[in-house]
Design a protein around this ligand. Structure first.
Ligand SMILES: Nc1ncnc2c1ncn2[C@@H]1O[C@H](COP(=O)(O)OP(=O)(O)O)[C@@H](O)[C@H]1O
Ligand SMILES: [Mg+2]
Length: 311
């Protein structure tokens, strides 16, 4: 079942006076997300990630296109939908003097919670987001990573079925980012929440997301699992060899070999398909009396796919 079905979404921002400026932020974006999935929207700055997320989360209206989220139209049925989803924006900020527990409770009241229900909800979220030791700490005293976790707790206060995370690890130290990612993975695993996140870190998308949509200049250029994207772009795979003798000039001319390079004593042959080319390559090397001391087959990094797409 689909949590999100967006078709041909367009959004242009008009600003400036007296000279009007127009920015086409989304130029016909279609995206579907299955229930229970984690989907990453990956793209460079200005690609339209935040705009897309804001439309899906009913915070902006599209100029054109049709968007159905959890079975509701995002424009006509926005208020019914808002109770069932939530969003964490890239740079969360709350009243600096409020304490962690107070912040979560404040947002709980906005969703109509009170009394025991509210207390229990706040308790369980503080626990879930590992904020128990910080419950009475003012927001302004928290580290960036903890602030991000408060934002997550706040966004879970209405028990959303669908959660939007806009660059959840932007500006975090790598070790903190790892923990935030672990939290996100757990939310899906333990609570079955559908998650759409934006990021410009390939590794984040690669590790966390079932599927990735590449967005650039308001268009989705490719979509699939990280493995599918790598194949789709046809970057090939790398067969790295340690050989004796270390150099074999004819290797670059062999069938299916796209290019060969020497890196730190390894011969790196990029081939169209490692599975298909490897047996033949090994046979030929053997027949020529070349000794293979070591061998690795590597997929291209998602980063390489990204660079290729962003051209
Ligand atoms: N409120 C706005 N007014 C005018 N232009 C905007 C506004 N929001 C975003 N844009 C422009 O739309 C484009 C997409 O922005 P955004 O969705 O924020 O990209 P991303 O999140 O991928 O960095 C950018 O060119 C940005 O400058
Ligand atoms: Mg953004």
């Amino acid at each position: 079942m689909l949590a999100i079905d967006a078709q041909d979404v367009e959004k242009t921002f008009r600003s400036g006076w007296p000279r009007r400026r127009e920015t086409a932020a989304l130029r016909g974006v279609s995206l579907t997300v299955e229930r229970g999935a984690i989907v990453g929207v990956l793209g460079p700055n200005g690609a339209g990630k935040t705009t897309l997320l804001s439309i899906l989360a009913t915070l902006l209206t599209p100029d054109r296109g049709r968007v159905t989220v959890l079975g509701h139209d995002v424009v006509r049925e926005a208020s019914a939908l808002r109770r069932r989803l939530n969003m964490v924006s890239g740079r969360p900020s709350f009243l600096w003097s409020l304490r962690v527990g107070e912040i979560v409770a404040f947002y709980g009241r906005l969703y109509g919670l009170s009394g025991r229900t509210l207390r229990q909800r706040v308790d369980s979220l503080i626990e879930l987001c590992e904020l128990v030791p910080y419950r009475r700490v003012p927001y302004s005293d928290l580290s960036t990573g903890l602030k991000q976790r408060v934002a997550l707790a706040k966004a879970l206060v209405n028990e959303p079925e669908l959660l939007f995370l806009d660059e959840p690890t932007l500006g975090l130290d790598p070790d903190v980012a790892v923990r935030v990612r672990a939290h996100v993975a757990r939310l899906r695993r333990e609570q079955g929440i559908t998650i759409v996140l934006t990021t410009h870190y390939m590794r984040e998308a690669d590790e966390l997301c079932d599927e990735i949509a590449f967005i650039k200049a308001g268009r989705i250029l490719a979509r699939g699992t990280s493995g599918e994207l790598k194949r789709q772009i046809r970057l090939g795979e790398v067969i790295a060899l340690k050989l004796d003798p270390p150099r074999v000039p004819w290797l670059a001319e062999s069938a299916g070999v796209l290019r060969c390079a020497e890196v730190d004593g390894w011969v790196e042959c990029t081939v169209d398909e490692a599975e298909k080319r490897l047996p033949e390559l090994l046979r030929t090397l053997h027949a020529e009396g070349v000794v293979i001391r070591n061998l690795q087959v590597r997929e291209p990094e998602l980063e390489e796919v990204f660079v290729e797409l962003a051209k």
